[in-house]
Design a protein around this ligand. Sequence first.
Ligand code: ATP
Ligand code: MG
Length: 423
Amino acid sequence: MFKGLRWRLLLYYLMVMAAILSVFGAGVYVFLTQSLYQQLDKKLQTLAQSAAPSFTEVEVKGSQYIEQVDEVPWRDIFNRDKQSLEWFDDQGKLLARRGAIVLTFPPKLGSLTLELPETSEPIRTFTISVFKDTSKPSQPSLEGYIRASQSTEDVEIVQSQLFWGLGMGGMIALGFVGIGGLWLTQKALEPIEKSFKKLKQFTADASHELRSPLTAIKASVDVMRNHPERIHPKDAKKLVAIASATDQMSHLAEDLLFLARTDAALSIPTRKSVPISLNTVLHNLVELLESFAQDKQITLEYHGLTTVSVIGDEGQLTRLFSNLLENALQYTPPQGKVVLTVAKQNRYALVMIEDTGIGIAPEHQPFVFDRFWRADKARSHRERGTGLGLAIAQAITHSHGGKITLTSQVGVGSCFQIRLPLV
Ligand SMILES: Nc1ncnc2c1ncn2[C@@H]1O[C@H](COP(=O)(O)OP(=O)(O)OP(=O)(O)O)[C@@H](O)[C@H]1O
Ligand SMILES: [Mg+2]
């Protein structure tokens, strides 16, 4: 129980941490990518601005002027293999170009990312406008545009390194978080596990200790009932009530003790594990309950299979099926029907207990195997009952490596299915 809870807690913890790390990683990635592009834009803007003073010369001399690479003022910051500078007139017509990148797009002010149609390589461009020196600075007149461009290859390399770095870093961090989480969940569950163990021990001890006084009361009541002449007639009824209440309490103490013991021994195999013929167990049970069914005017049918055997404890298996059969008979009104069927399904023995009883509402079905759970409808049907019968049935099925399931419809009936591994 705690193992499953521990893994579930760890999974939730990892999911939360993964979400936090992803948001953090995405934030860092977006922020750094943006700042890389801002840096590139700044570089291109500086290059375009340094080429601006030579605009008139380029306009007059054209390409001739730009060929004098050693003299141009931008020579120190211009990388002609990776960058490109273009001069346009005020109509956007290309005047001259210097550099490796050839763009056919018209200039557009500001920064822009374009894709070269031939190579589909992304290019970042930055375009500035150049104004003529006029006598009136308040009325500048447009002379043309200068566009500086560069491939975003370098930025993309850094971007991909960043992506993988953050991804791998996140994975490694998640691994450490997992190890830390394992330790944390263990520490957090330790006290709960301890107190749960104590509680189970207490239940086992308490029910064990209750047995002796209950046996003593029972024995005394039996002695008194064997000598009715010594009892005042008015007390006879009280004695019957005491005997019945003592029976009920012994039953409850036995059930609690059984559950406490199976809780402790869930991981170890049942003590008496021998091949058991299911047909024998079920046949004996049906014979035993036949008269109870007749009294209640319920038809009890049995469709057995002689070849089905399972490994287990005969006493426990009898208890499992008697709990289910008793329920079927108790929660089925007169003239109803209870059918017990045995079948083989792959490597499993399948036992089905069907009834035409009061049924269990869908919202109640998840709780039927809980300890002390009883539907209100069941209480009106049968006052006695502790709500431990199905919890015991489930514990026995699980300790035998099996599975118990339920299908039910209110007013139509219920069907409990038990699958146990075949010999
Ligand atoms: N065949 C059934 N048809 C309808 N309701 C059922 C059936 N079997 C179980 N239930 C419901 O599930 C509840 C739990 O059953 P369970 O056998 O654990 O307890 P109980 O029969 O009330 O008491 P006891 O511990 O004495 O068996 C019942 O109170 C009843 O509401
Ligand atoms: Mg019951």
